[in-house]
Write a protein that binds this ligand. Sequence first.
Ligand code: MN
Length: 308
Amino acid sequence: MSGPIDERDIGWVNEGQIGVEVRQGRTANIGGFEVVRVLPTKGRRTIGGWCFVDLMIPPDATDPDPLEIGPHPHIGLATVTWLFSGEALHSDSLGTEQVIRPGQLNLMSAGHGIAHAELSPEEGVQGAQMWIAQPEATRHGEPAFEHHGELPRVEWAQGEAMVLVGSFGEATSPARADTELVGLDMTLRSGPTEIELRPDFEYGVIPLDSSIKLDDAIVEPGWLGLVEAGPDRIRLDAGAGGGRLMLVGGEPLGERIQMWWNFVARSKEEITGAWEAWQARDTDRFGPVPSRLARIDAPPPPWLAGSD
Ligand code: MN
């Protein structure tokens, strides 16, 4: 799915607790489809390698928007598609045409360039669209696509988790990971639970359907609870009714990334190069996508706007 990325943000709340910050997501519109953008947020571009988290949860569930995102390019990132309801058809310039349903994972690594489209045959698709910044070692490499029809599940007394990426407890996802990271879809039963963290990871907790207490901080649905690296465990409490959340984490990236539109790079020059290739319909870099949807043109990067 497409960005675009800009610098707006509704704001953030520091709960006054060491290591945990809570930030509000904001509504964004992607090709007519309304989403809640959780990451990037003010002053925070990445959590581990995770650099983008959109929740596709239409605020008005009785009148949901259709999901129709025409062919658009990516570089330097992996897209992680995870649905809560409905289904979607992914098609890309590798020739892939793959339907995805809840419980399944699509992971597309862009490398130096890929283009794709997403279409939901029915209205009402809900899910999470997330990006992982690729490290220097793979971001110039070949594009690739993976579909995982089944993922490992971990269950304990107070909850269960699907392991999208990385490892949790004894379970490890089969999905490709270019950096040390984890992505979980966790359902909590009533009452508090403690989960183990890797002290070298930073984490984001994103409640989906109820507020969740993260140690002593309250995190609302669509908000981000940020846990800096350090602790080896954290307490989660979704209250009497339980609740569902996404948990993302990873080793701090250690590289400052440049993000604009659908591109993740390290410099404006790299992004300009990708923008020029897409606008020039350079099929060496971004091949044709098997999709009936209209191609999405890139706006000019702000550093080029008005220069001619
Ligand atoms: Mn996309």
